[in-house]
Design a protein around this ligand. Structure first.
Ligand SMILES: C[S@@+](CC[C@H](N)C(=O)[O-])C[C@H]1O[C@@H](n2cnc3c(N)ncnc32)[C@H](O)[C@@H]1O
Length: 434
């Protein structure tokens, strides 16, 4: 299986800041043997997990985000193309019936209230409890998405429920004007709105093409895993905070960690995902309370930043003289790096002696200062006990990685990022408890 082929199979959903297959694939091939286990504590849409399974390795992925969980679970447990074909034959008439009903009963339209059961013809649709729902979605699209979401919840199969919801999310999260919403630049902290006309014909066409892409990619993944005889085991833990001790993963059980932590102040996942998660009642709520647990955007709560910096004088030095003296900027940065310290401590616990951890990270530009996040991460890894093996800069070939650019700080369009490789020593002193 070539990297390009595997890469293509992720493209049924445009998850923000997904990293390229080649990073995971080459690390797994270099540092593990068949049957060994690869862990990704920020698994997002499951790139590491898929690469591991395709190479016959077992894998565990965890993430705090529900949408990440849905995508990763689908990709590690796909069904056969025949199963998808049969299910589609059954599903399409139901979809047609709902969307036709909305169109024919439409003259009775009135604005729905958040959380109400909205009666349209013979349909009873659950309206998401999202503030300003009609600010982001035109009314008829709202009805259509609610109908699709109803079909998902009534599908009688957890797998197909996720297939429908992931395809619905793909229609919403796509870049404007290809989205079925009014939201532009959905990865930014606050998306902007730009009104566009979205007909029912377009809703149906867009959803169907997304659904077909999802089924095709998942069916191919199934075939790839069959080549490996399906012996490898995959587990997805969501929601799961990478900073805390994860009971389901035992000490020294993992051979390799390949991950990309969130970058500081980059993607506001809870905000960006709200517009698709709101259709997934039962899986996720639309409230933003969980933002406080997301690394990189959580603000500075509960941090003794001066105390932390005095324990990490090298990091303080790397912040540079102008940044170091601006408390308002330093506090959230220290919160970010102290979160990474906790994550690395947990990674140390689950990694076998002699195991490797690979972190993909880019530098931020904050005000006028460039912040060498890759060097800081490597300093922190050293303090946890890891040996530094290499830091490699790699160009980003295309603008495929979806990152916001501008005031929050990447230097124009992202052009490169760093792959930091560290190793847990083969012999570890007993007293070492990060
Ligand atoms: C750069 S993305 C990872 C993308 C992934 N490598 C992929 O290819 O899809 C970072 C991920 O970290 C997750 N995240 C943020 N804070 C977290 C936390 N406290 N614990 C676990 N995951 C977290 C986000 O939900 C996001 O999926």
């Amino acid at each position: 299986m070539t990297q390009d082929n595997l890469e293509r199979l992720h493209r049924f959903h445009c998850y923000s800041a997904r990293f390229p297959t080649e990073i995971a694939q080459s690390a797994i091939a270099s540092f593990t043997k068949k049957g060994e286990c690869v862990y990704d504590p920020f698994c997002g849409s499951g790139t590491t997990l898929v690469a591991a399974l395709a190479l016959g390795r077992s894998t565990i992925g965890s993430d705090i985000d529900r949408l990440a969980g849905i995508l990763s679970q689908l990709k590690v447990n796909p069904l056969s193309p025949k199963d998808y074909f049969n299910w589609r034959v059954d599903f399409l008439p139901k979809l047609d019936e709902c969307l036709n009903e909305i169109e024919s009963a439409w003259p009775t339209f009135r604005s729905p209230a958040a959380g109400e059961i909205w009666k349209i013809g013979r349909l009873a649709l659950s309206v998401p409890e999202l503030d300003n729902l009609l600010f982001w979605f035109p009314p008829q699209v709202t009805a259509a998405l609610a109908a699709i979401s109803n079909l998902a919840h009534q599908s009688g199969s957890e797998h197909f429920e996720k297939v429908i919801l992931a395809s619905l999310s793909a229609c919403v999260i796509a870049k404007w004007p290809n989205t079925l919403s009014y939201a532009m630049d959905i990865d930014h902290t606050r998306p902007h709105r730009r009104i566009q006309k979205i007909s029912m014909k377009r809703v149906k066409k867009t959803f169907l093409s997304r659904l077909d892409r999802t089924l095709e990619c998942l069916g191919h993944l199934w075939e790839i895993y069959q080549e490996e005889k399906g012996a490898a085991i995959a587990k997805v833990l969501v929601p799961c905070d990478a900073r805390s001790c994860i009971a389901e993963i035992s000490d020294r059980s993992q051979r390799l960690i390949v991950t990309s932590p969130p970058y500081f102040n980059a993607v506001d996942y809870p905000r960006a995902h709200r517009l698709s998660l709101c259709w997934m009642n039962g899986y996720a709520s639309q409230e933003l309370g969980s933002r406080k647990d997301y690394v990189g955007i959580r603000g500075a709560g509960g941090i003794d930043h001066l105390g932390w910096l005095s324990a990490f004088p090298k990091v303080k030095e790397r912040l540079g003289p102008s940044l170091r003296n601006q408390n308002d900027k330093v506090k959230p940065l220290v919160a970010f790096f102290s979160d990474l310290e906790r994550v690395l401590g947990e990674n140390w616990r689950v990694l076998r002696n002699g195991g490797y951890a690979i972190y993909v990270i880019a530098n931020n530009v904050i005000g006028k200062d460039r912040l060498p996040s890759h060097l800081i991460l490597s300093d922190i890894a050293k303090s946890v006990g890891f040996e530094r093996i290499s830091i490699r800069s790699r160009p980003i070939k295309t603008m495929r990685r979806r990152f916001p650019v501008g005031p929050f700080g990447f230097d124009g369009p992202m052009t490169h990022e760093y792959v930091v490789t560290v190793k847990k020593p083969t012999r570890v002193r007993k007293s070492r408890t990060p």
